[in-house]
Design a protein around this ligand. Structure first.
Ligand code: G4P
Length: 541
């Protein structure tokens, strides 16, 4: 098998949006183009809907669906496209951030009525942090939305990225007539209610062609003016700038009506990067390297509580992943093999014999894998860039049934390994503090501990607002710091010391008063002794 060819035909991207912008609908339409699904409605949403906040059965059901739709692969014009879905709900943002570590580019969906929303801004920050190229799809043009130029300005300002429209809408809402493809110079007319897969495109080589009046009536002049303005204001798309994450191509359409989606898909397959190199603690790993390497970015528990196995999602970074071949589990320092790895072609899971860079494989796991684990063909490298983010809400986990405290320990251990929330330990394990970014995560934890592990518990609010990982060049200084603040310090799942601050003010004064202690805002930092700097940490000299 020709690895170079397999790499060159792969595109792995994440689809992100604020909830309800149309991410699920767009995903479904993309899969329809690939012929992976036959009918609309086949892709269920990977989202915990707002209304479901206290409806646990609904959460469970959706959690199940989210396994099926976490990764979807389809072929389009000889290319293999891997879509990684992300939960839009703010409370599951960590899951989204981690998924973004496994993609090479992103399609961002924006609702034309609502414009850039809060969650969109947060997600875009993660893309910026990682220099991930972004294509934007402005959706719901069949509704009365905001003026297109205004939306583009808002995107540039709030998302801090230059834009370049590649299609342009003609009207909107009831007056929506279609989109003009600025690159190919053709017009695609909209017919309400007709959800087409094959487009009826009309080539309009010159915008002063009087045919335009016949087709668009009075909207023809507006289109001419708009196109003139676009060409005056926006630079032609520089593909290298897109791949460098400096400019985002923009498309307009209506996912629900499957309108403008083909333009998006065709440009995506032409422009989007093939699997990119990945940084490890030792060196940068190129996808074309002969030896296999990959990392786990997501773990999902089996929904059936009688089976304790889990599914680990592994992104292949280099070489070929093979079924039944022993690979090196770097953290555990031993070999591990998988007899039933599977791929995620939409609507079906299939056992795969081989997977290539850019692919995501699902691995059955009985507790050997954690998020961030690296597998290789022997080299002791660890992929970077899969950090834990500092949680914002903290609660103490208290067992309400002393007979089941072992089950509670095991349950919280496993749930935190899945990445549902983070666990911090105080008092040699006697006090368990759960840290999360949203309340919904706590509800899921309590429900699952009770139902899957039979461990009754309650979660008591704690006054902490921020967690920082601690290091110091001088172990004595760190030990001293820890000793005097036993209520403010804890250990994370890897026994690393963490400072729990009650407020930003407290944290700042701690940083100021302890110049020899380093405070890190994500769990991934380089040790001071390595001599490297860490932008994500603070100490005041
Ligand atoms: P999400 O995954 O980003 O959260 O959004 P999703 O695709 O579920 O879409 C949210 C709602 O917006 C859905 O309506 C969906 O039908 C609608 N929608 C998506 N694309 C378009 C579009 O181009 N035009 C219009 N007018 N609506 C669109 P819903 O009523 O919340 O759900 P459903 O009952 O239709 O599933």
């Amino acid at each position: 098998m020709d690895i170079a060819h397999e790499i060159s035909r792969r595109r792995t991207f994440g689809i992100i949006s604020h909830p309800d912008a149309g991410k699920t609908t767009l995903t479904e339409k993309l899969l329809l183009f690939g012929g992976s699904i036959r009918s609309a409605g086949a892709v269920k949403s990977n989202k915990i809907r707002k209304t479901a906040a206290s409806d646990f059965m609904e959460i469970e059901k959706q959690r199940g669906i989210s396994v099926a739709t976490s990764v979807m692969s389809f072929e389009y014009r000889g290319q293999l496209i891997n879509i990684l879905d992300t939960p839009g709900h703010r409370d599951f943002a960590e899951d989204t951030y981690r998924t973004l570590t496994a993609v090479d580019s992103v399609i961002l969906v924006v609702d034309s009525v609502k414009g850039v929303e809060e969650q969109t801004e947060r997600l875009m920050e993660v893309c910026r942090m990682r220099n991930t190229p972004v294509i934007i799809f402005i959706n719901k043009l069949d509704r009365e939305g905001r003026p297109s130029f205004e939306l583009l300005d808002e995107i540039e300002e709030k998302l801090q990225i230059a834009v370049r429209p590649l299609t342009w809408p003609i009207g909107m809402g009831r007056g929506f007539r279609g989109v003009y493809n600025l690159r190919e110079q053709n017009l695609y007319l909209f017919q309400a209610g007709k959800t087409v897969v094959e487009n009826d495109r009309i080539l309009v080589e010159r915008l002063d062609d009087p045919m335009l009046e016949n087709l668009l009536g009075s909207a023809a002049d507006q289109l001419r003016e708009d196109v003139e303005l676009i060409d005056g204001v926006y630079e032609p798309l520089d593909e290298a700038e897109y791949r460098g994450a400096n400019v985002a191509p923009v498309f307009f359409g209506s996912a629900l009506n499957n309108f403008g989606v083909r333009e998006l898909l065709e440009t995506f397959v032409r422009l989007a990067p093939t699997p990119t190199p990945r940084d490890s603690d030792l060196r940068t790993v190129q996808p074309s390297e002969a030896k296999f390497s990959g990392f786990v970015f997501k773990i999902h528990a089996n929904l059936d509580p009688r089976h304790r196995d889990r599914i680990a999602f592994l992104r292949v970074c280099s070489g070929v992943f093979r079924k039944d071949v022993a690979f090196h589990h770097v953290r555990q320092g031993r070999s591990i093999r998988f007899s039933r790895p599977y791929s995620f072609m939409a609507e079906r899971k299939a056992v795969v014999d081989e997977a290539y860079p850019g692919d995501v494989v699902g691995l059955y796991d009985r507790g050997d894998l954690k998020i961030g684990d690296t597998l290789t063909e022997g080299e002791n490298l660890v992929f970077r860039g899969i950090p834990s983010f500092a949680p914002e809400i903290f609660k103490e986990l208290v067992s309400t049934d002393p007979m089941r405290s072992k089950q509670l320990d095991k349950g919280i251990q496993q749930l935190t390994e899945e990445g549902v929330a983070q666990l911090f330990i105080q008092d040699r394990g006697r006090r368990k503090i759960v840290g999360a970014v949203g309340e919904l995560q706590f509800e899921v934890i309590q429900y699952r501990l009770t139902n899957e592990y039979g461990a009754a518990c309650r979660l008591e609010p704690l006054p902490y607002a921020r967690a920082c990982w601690l290091t110091s060049d001088d172990p004595k200084v760190l030990a001293e710091f820890m000793r005097y603040r036993d209520r403010q310090v804890a250990y994370d799942r890897d026994r690393r010391p963490v400072y729990l601050a009650e407020s930003e003010w407290m944290l700042r004064s701690m940083i100021r008063d302890n110049a020899k202690v380093m405070f890190h805002f994500t769990s991934e930092f380089k040790t001071a002794s390595s001599g490297e700097t860490d932008e994500d940490s603070a100490s005041v000299a």
